[in-house]
Design a protein around this ligand. Structure first.
Ligand code: RB5
Length: 175
């Protein structure tokens, strides 16, 4: 998976990337690897390692660009990857997750249509992070009816966050 050629033609090419200071070094590394692999990389910042910067300032614009289709996929990085995942998921249309291993990097896309991978710059090494990003980019949503059904239930929460039902079942605890 370490060969840039493993990102094949037809795989997502317009990639947005963002980080705060905790993920800055990893962002620079991954941006370089992605560009070497032929991807069009848009850097949403931070553009320098500023200890007082805040991850939402960079991750939210990235998440919005993924949600509106300007970027095909996103890579969001902070120190742990947790804050990046929390804030990215506030943007309707974004399905973001903190990923540490390749099984979830692949299955998160195949089953859950993950469109933003979140990484912890203080947690994963460069080599693992690059392998995770390549796995994420190579994966495709399966489109299987059961996954489409589940994601429709997730999406319904975005349009009506207070909804008590999602069609065939209620969201409330069992009586
Ligand atoms: C910043 O120091 C750190 O809190 C941030 O990068 C991230 O880890 C938050 O989840």
């Amino acid at each position: 998976m370490s060969d840039p050629a493993s990102i094949l033609p037809g795989e997502p090419r317009r990639i947005g990337i963002a980080s705060d200071h905790g993920g800055f070094e990893l962002k620079e590394y991954l941006s370089r690897r992605l560009r070497e692999a032929g991807c069009e990389v848009r850097d949403f910042g931070d553009l320098q390692p500023a200890p007082d910067d805040d991850y939402p300032d960079f991750v939210v614009p990235l998440a919005r660009a993924v949600a509106d289709g300007a970027e095909e996929r996103g890579v969001a990085i902070c120190g742990s990857g947790v804050g990046a995942a929390v804030v990215a998921n506030k943007v309707p249309g974004v399905r973001a997750c903190l990923i540490h291993e390749t099984f979830s990097a692949r299955q998160g896309v195949e089953d859950d249509d993950l469109n933003v991978i979140c990484l912890g710059g203080r947690v994963v090494g460069h080599a693992l992070a690059w392998e995770l990003v390549q796995t994420f980019l190579a994966a495709r949503f399966s489109g299987a009816p059961r996954h489409v059904r589940r994601l429709a239930k997730v999406a319904r929460l975005e349009s009506s966050p207070g909804a008590r039902s999602h069609g065939d079942k209620t969201f409330g605890a069992p009586a």
